[in-house]
Design a protein around this ligand. Sequence first.
Ligand code: CAO
Length: 544
Amino acid sequence: MTELRVSVPDLGGIDEVEVIELCVASGDQVETEDAIIVLESDKATMEVPVPQAGVIESFLVAVGDRVSSGTEVAVLRVADASSNNGATNEDEAPAATEAAKVEQENEAVSESNLPADKTGTTQDVVVPDLGGIDEVEVIELSASEGDELEAEDSLIVLESDKATMEVPMPIKGQVLSFKVKVGDKVKQGDVVATVETLSSSAQSSGEDTATVSKSQTAPQQSPSASTKEASKSAPKPLADLQVSASKSGQAHAGPAVRKLARELGVDLSMVPGTGPKNRILKEDLHSFVKVKVNQSGSASVGVVGSQEDFSKYGPIQEVSLNKIKQVTAKNMVQSWTTVPQVTQFDEADITELEHYRKTAMVSMLPEGVKVSPLAFIMKACAHALKAFPNFNSSLGPDGTTLILKQFFHVGIAVDTPEGLLVPVVKDVDQKGVVNLAKESAELAKKARDKKLPLDAMSGGCFTISSLGGIGGTAFTPIVSAPQVAILGVSKAQMKPVWNGKEFEPRLMLPLNLSYDHRVIDGAEAARFARYLCELLSDTRHLLL
Ligand code: CAO
């Protein structure tokens, strides 16, 4: 093992820069060219890479320290003693040097090289001197065609492996057209946009006004001619983005963070930076993504409505949604977006059940008690939930366990004038159909009278949504997470059913079983639905 000292590369004339980030920790394994610290001047942000793979023994600087060219910043342990002395020389650490070179060249260009700036003048904006980098990628168009920008506003952002730089608007003017798009590779001197001067005040805005070759009103400059001006125009290294952030919506972040953001599909302008000068750090990006992921799986899911102004098509009336509807909307979005759900359809032959319910049963019922098919369906569900425990479960918090419930509480969707409420009938397995009918009728009445206590709506293991009293042939109810299944019941109808010899008129009850496919397989759902149908086809089964 050889010890190797990593130093700040040539800063090309910049005296001192600040260490704003340590990208790795002592003891970390790093690969050749991995950035280990980030430096920032008031003009540039630059990463210091390691010249070869190894393990970071220790850092010799801390965040906030000011360093110059040659300052040793870290000790690297490398396997191969024959490696160079570790100084990130100009060839190996182009980022800082390139940025610095650009700075130097900027200083060298005199105002007299700048093109005349007259209103209406059309100019091509070209890629400035890239300080020795061959090709860079266009990673952002910071404005749109037709935009009117101030001098110095960002036009496009370029990125090499090691540095991100802005090409600024050379003058106050309008962007006529972009000649490149995101993803294009460009070289020094390539035309990236055509702009038109709006006023002659632009040059007073700063000494960096350039990066132009004229067209139409002036002969097109050769790339070599424009190079000098280009270097004067200062590809604005990343640090400057903070200044332009309010104008262009640009984010203040280093190349590595930008790369990561692109990989994750994150718009950096949405990410709050906690680094020096609000710079976005990798941790900020990670926290942002974590929050977004959690949000999509939590109750804080937002309900987004239409932004369209419908009044332009005709008269409209806007009414407030009551609390019940707002909560329902939120819960539906939550379930719909987080639960991969499938609906299994089946039909139960309830001819015998209905015959019994409407004849023999009626004479046995106490005065005023009514038992609808729903009570039998509840009882059948309790049986089925016992026979298929996965349906009486919830996924554990991290999705790696299943919580099987040993109680059988069933929620009943009740349609009220205020909206949908779901009171829960407890211990359905321990109650007879008459009691279930009484209790569900009482709960439905309380719900409609707005007298339902909150705890009457909690603890459900499974839900029944019956639209049988209204009509319809089928529907797809939404699973009420964290429950894993819901039974939709549609209106029973007489149908011709083939009994092997002939068609027989039978009363068929459509069942619509939606289930969480993370927990329940299709075959299991089909069996559950079949089981329910069997139970309902003969009331004697419900005594089992
Ligand atoms: N097929 C045929 N007829 C049915 C039936 C079915 N599946 N279910 C009920 N009926 C009949 C009943 O027998 C009753 O007829 P009679 O008056 O002749 O006895 C009539 O339809 C009305 O029943 P009901 O709706 O009053 O009673 P219920 O026990 O079936 O339902 C309740 C109670 C609270 C579930 C119901 O009133 C309700 O609110 N349903 C709407 C639920 C809802 O909105 N679901 C959608 C939620 S979003 O997924």
